[in-house]
Ligand binder design. Structure first.
Ligand code: CUA
Length: 313
């Protein structure tokens, strides 16, 4: 089973997408090792065999050797064809989503992943999937370029604003796999982490049913869930910790100094404006790095978030 360069690869948890990549990876490394050792040993052998043996040793004049030259050209040429052929067929496999794939919507934004399911369920930075069936992620970004990468599935694709891209995979065992953003997208790029959580099919269905329809409960409870789902906590703590943006703790109805020297009171209108157009009024001591939520959140949701923010003090 084990191959020489296995230590260089993470575990393979989606054989249908990962096997072709792994095979080619091993082939290139093993072929390189064989060629490397062949060159080294030939060099040592020739240095000993053909060394200058006496003062009047003369090097014979050899112009060329057709057989040898054709051999050392054709073999590497064939190797590059093999690498191209296998690489191309592996790429086609990654681009060809099985017809019965289960679709999940993924939206990248600074600096989290928002996940939407067919029945209205929503999660942030957690993609819940059943094992043993193909999963298709339809991906887009609501701000800048991101890139979706799951090393254990060997899938990676750019996630762009104003466009949809996709990846597919089929996890064969339950458990968790790490997701990375692999396109530099700003301050917290390296914290743009998420997980694929693989369930038994029955457990997945139960999870999906329990989370149908999105946030539930009183307006305050829904506001709290929205703050989580919208990824606000990547930059705003609720316990007073300073992260990238001001903490939500104790902001309601207090004075706030702005970067332009003015002072405002944190009320409904300020919060609404700061969600939809965060660049309008920057709090003193902070950067203008938040992406606008205009078009990503409606007034009803904003009202619930305000109700929740009032309760954090
Ligand atoms: Cu998103 Cu880097």
């Amino acid at each position: 089973m084990g191959r020489l360069f296995d230590f260089m690869l993470p575990e393979n948890k989606s054989p249908l997408t990962a096997d072709s990549t792994d095979w080619l990876f091993h082939f290139i490394n093993e072929a390189s090792l064989v060629i490397f050792l062949g060159v080294i040993f030939a060099m040592i052998y020739f240095a000993i065999r053909y060394r200058r043996k006496s003062e009047d040793d003369k090097t014979p004049l050899i112009t060329h050797n057709n057989t040898l030259e054709i051999t050392w050209s054709v073999i590497p040429l064939l190797l590059t064809f093999v690498v191209f052929g296998l690489g191309y067929s592996g790429w086609l496999n990654l681009k060809t989503v099985p017809n019965d794939a289960y679709e999940i919507q993924v939206t990248g934004f600074k600096w989290s992943w928002n996940i939407n399911y067919e029945n209205g369920a929503q999660t942030i930075n957690e993609i819940h999937v059943p094992k043993g069936i193909p999963i298709k992620l339809v991906m887009t970004s609501s701000d800048v370029l991101h890139s979706f990468f799951v090393p254990e599935y060997r899938v990676k694709h750019d996630v762009l604003p104003n466009r949809y891209t996709y990846v597919w995979f089929q996890p064969e065992e339950t458990g968790e796999s790490q997701i990375f953003c692999t396109e530099y997208c700003g301050n917290s790029h390296s914290n743009m982490l998420a997980k694929v959580i693989v369930h038994e099919p029955e457990d997945f269905q139960t999870w999906l049913d329990e989370n149908a329809g999105g946030p539930t409960g009183s307006p305050i409870e829904q506001g709290e869930q929205l703050v989580t789902l919208q990824g606000c906590q990547a930059c705003h703590s609720v316990d007073g910790t300073e992260i990238i943006g001001p903490s939500f703790k104790g902001i309601w109805n207090r004075e706030r100094k702005l970067a332009d020297g003015n002072t405002i009171i944190v009320d409904e209108n300020y919060i609404r404006e700061s969600i939809l157009y965060p660049g309008e009024k920057i709090a003193e001591g902070y950067q203008n790095v938040m992406s606008p939520y205009e078009g990503r959140i409606n007034d009803e949701e904003i009202t619930k978030i305000i109700e929740y923010l009032k309760t954090i003090d």
